[in-house]
Design a protein around this ligand. Sequence first.
Ligand SMILES: Cc1cc2nc3c(=O)[nH]c(=O)nc-3n(C[C@H](O)[C@H](O)[C@H](O)COP(=O)(O)OP(=O)(O)OC[C@H]3O[C@@H](n4cnc5c(N)ncnc54)[C@H](O)[C@@H]3O)c2cc1C
Length: 303
Amino acid sequence: MAIGVQTDMATPALARFGSHELKEQFLQPSISGDMVACLGVSETGAGSDVASIQTTAKSDGDDLIINGGKMWTTNGMQADWMCCLAITEDGPSHSNKSLICVPMDTPGVVRSKKIEKIGMNCSDTAQIFFEDVRVPKSFVIGEMGKGFTYQMLQFQEERLFGAAGTVKPLEIAIGATIEYTRERKIFGKSILDNQVVHFRLAELQTEIEALRSLLYRATGLYIKGHDVTNLASMCKLKAGRLGREVCDACLQYWGGMGYTKETIISRYFRDFRLLSIGGGADEVMLSIISKYMGTLPRIHPKK
Ligand SMILES: Cc1cc2nc3c(=O)[nH]c(=O)nc-3n(C[C@H](O)[C@H](O)[C@H](O)COP(=O)(O)OP(=O)(O)OC[C@H]3O[C@@H](n4cnc5c(N)ncnc54)[C@H](O)[C@@H]3O)c2cc1C
């Protein structure tokens, strides 16, 4: 996940909309591995509802002064810079925000705490505060006020990455389960030789293959320049659900060993639980898909 933040979550908007100077300063060293990037969208009071973030970046001459804080920032304890979503102007919530490159060694950036998680322990997750953090306006990615739109586009890569990072590990989970259940004998035969077990694994392998096809289709269209918001949301939804289903089903066949920290399956069980929450929860994906289907009720503004 730490690598995915670098390649597909914190940098796509900069690559697509950033100025040449900004790319030289932040993107090029991120690609070469000399800088670690993080993405600051979520806050304590705004996760699913991205439009309701409260962090502000107020104009002061040629600079912006950032105040507020970010929550759940993957790579946050070690990042060199953050792609930060903040309110830069008055106006409707979808057009009052900008994406800003914030060097994490700027005075006023406080890496408040490393959050303890049940999984994904190979990447750190931080809570960050901004106390009068001064950055030049030239650190804004693309146009001021377009940050929300850029972030929604950037989510396409994040969600495709989420699905792409699922296919192989789930195959590994099934492979490891086949190996374990073939070796382990109970009631005079290997666990795998029970039809309920090998049929279930065959069913799950088929689901993974279906996810792979959806992912390849969405990615192919994305590379051709299409807006794949709908397909990327479907990919992310399916990957999150399937990740949970495969890991839970496989863990069961490992018996007690599956419930220890000594096996790969328990790690996958904990790690994959995140995919239905991070990068937009399953329900957020369902809302997007419903919107494309024309079934999401419209919220009428109060008169
Ligand atoms: C380990 C980890 C790493 C993360 N990394 C980053 C990062 O690097 N950068 C970043 O910006 N964010 C990051 N996040 C934040 C992540 O994107 C949010 O946790 C996620 O968007 C959900 O927001 P929330 O936690 O505030 O949950 P809430 O918004 O409070 O939602 C809680 C639950 O409500 C349900 N829900 C949501 N919408 C609806 C709906 N319309 N209808 C019905 N139910 C609904 C969902 O089940 C959801 O899980 C990370 C989170 C975790 C846990």
